[in-house]
Design a protein around this ligand. Structure first.
Ligand SMILES: *Cc1c(COP(=O)(O)O)cnc(C)c1O
Length: 437
């Protein structure tokens, strides 16, 4: 068989030799980092495998249940596998949890009672939680049920304001929420180690307080999870990291039996708890997605690092920067203009396996004060473990890039984003020498 040159297939995909070569030069420098990511993925793969073996996963666990879903052995097995992987007493992993916000809202409302106060020691939480908490008034918010809220902003350098946190903890403080990922904010994402230090500090001041960590986009980035460093509940979405791109819906809450049982009562009904909830035939995707998640997360991480290293030498601010250690899969690139954002997102869209022929345009999305552009061509709608990019059209004109079920797909996305900007005359490539560091 004749050997094809890799650049030929890229040329067919619309990537010029100049962009391809620039990418290859960048990639050469990234081998040691990719090796580190592979080593972490290998550890996490064995962690998941060992949980599957310990719980004697078998084909009988793939059977669909309907109706009430009593005695659903597959569902129970999946929850034990999550609990063992996260090293927690219990887990609630359900397709009935519709998204990450739903999982977080369930964890909060199940473990806060009227008169209690919720504390966020890491500043304002993710947008959608503002209505859950009642920071923005909303029917059925925690505020409506008499749960108070307090937050302590991060210090200007992005670190924890320990004095402020100590002062904010009071007799009403019942639950502390810590968001690991920066989400769409400009603060740094926290390492599991930092989260552990914060939890220890808080529990030293108030031992009975519960701590929930919003782990969205963080799963399997490190070899430890927030549940390994004292979180009572670790919460996330199955259409992000732990679903491995295969889970079509779902959320998880891993934690203490006490907290998780309450979550189950809140999700279904008091008295019913975890005993109900048919799996509707989704379990094979949930098991297999969890099995694949460590390597899928590794691919997404490599894509994010590749993007940072491609765009930083071109003069665009990138967060995290090209060398920093990663604690989630999100890459922000500040492009400085609306035109570049649009071109970037068109490139990402053109690299997708689904809807690659679609042209993303900025639109006025409900709940945002500026137009938003999004690129996503995903097998699962809204899945952001799949290759995607988005951002509000306003200074600093930053796009948030994430996902890629395979590194090669993410690589094509990054190359195509640069190609589209180049074609529109919005950027120029450095000389070969300038790339060397
Ligand atoms: C995605 C995300 C959420 C909410 O998840 P949805 O599935 O979109 O509801 C919450 N917190 C963080 C940090 C996230 O990234």
């Amino acid at each position: 068989m004749q050997n094809n040159k890799p650049c030929e297939i890229y040329e067919k995909l619309g990537i010029s030799a100049g962009v391809y070569d620039y990418g290859q030069r960048i990639l050469e420098q990234l081998r040691p980092r990719f090796d580190e990511i592979d080593a972490r993925a290998e550890y996490n793969q064995q962690k998941v495998l060992s949980a599957m073996q310990k719980n004697r996963l078998s084909a009988t666990h793939f059977a669909a249940t309907t109706g009430y879903g009593y005695n659903d052995a597959g569902r129970d097995c999946l929850e034990r596998i999550y609990a063992d992987t996260f090293h927690t007493e219990a887990a609630l992993v359900r397709p009935q949890i519709t998204c990450g916000t739903h999982a977080l809202a369930t964890a909060l409302s199940a473990n806060l009672r009227p008169g209690d106060e919720l504390l966020s020691p890491v500043g304002r939480p993710y947008d959608t939680l503002e209505e859950v908490i009642g920071i923005r008034p909303s029917p059925c918010s925690l505020a409506e049920y008499g749960v108070g809220y307090r937050e302590v902003a991060l210090l200007p350098d992005g670190s924890f304001d320990y004095d402020g946190i100590a002062a904010a903890i009071n007799e009403r403080t019942a639950l502390v929420t810590i968001q690991r990922s920066k989400g769409y904010a400009t603060r740094p994402t926290f390492s599991v180690k930092q989260i552990g230090e914060l939890i220890a500090f808080i529990k030293a001041r108030k031992p009975g307080v519960k701590v929930m960590v919003d782990n969205c986009y963080g799963e399997f980035v490190d070899t430890v999870e927030p549940s390994d460093v004292g979180a009572d509940m670790t919460v996330g979405s199955l259409i992000k990291n732990p679903g491995g791109g295969l889970a079509p819906i779902g959320g998880y809450i891993c934690g203490t039996t006490e907290c998780v049982e309450r979550c189950a009562y809140r999700l279904s009904a008091p008295g019913l708890g975890q005993e109900v909830g048919a799996n509707l035939g989704l379990l094979p995707a949930l098991f297999q997605g969890f099995f694949l998640a460590p390597t899928v997360v590794a691919s997404a991480l490599k894509g994010a690092i590749f993007a940072a290293n491609m765009y930083e030498p071109l003069g665009f601010p990138v967060v995290p920067d090209s060398r920093e250690e990663r604690h989630d899969i999100i890459q922000a690139v500040s492009l400085g203009s609306a035109e570049r954002m649009v071109a970037f997102c068109r490139g990402i869209q053109s690299a997708a396996p689904v809807d690659s022929y679609v042209t993303p345009i900025p639109w006025a999305m409900p709940g945002y004060d500026s137009e938003v552009i999004m690129a996503a061509g995903a097998f699962i709608q809204g899945s952001s473990i799949e290759l995607s990019a988005d951002g509000p059209i306003r200074p600093p004109y930053a796009v948030y890039f994430q996902g890629g079920l395979t590194f090669y797909n993410a690589k094509l996305g990054v190359l195509a984003s640069l190609q589209k900007m180049l074609d529109a005359g919005l950027v120029s490539l450095p000389d070969a020498d300038a790339v060397e560091k």
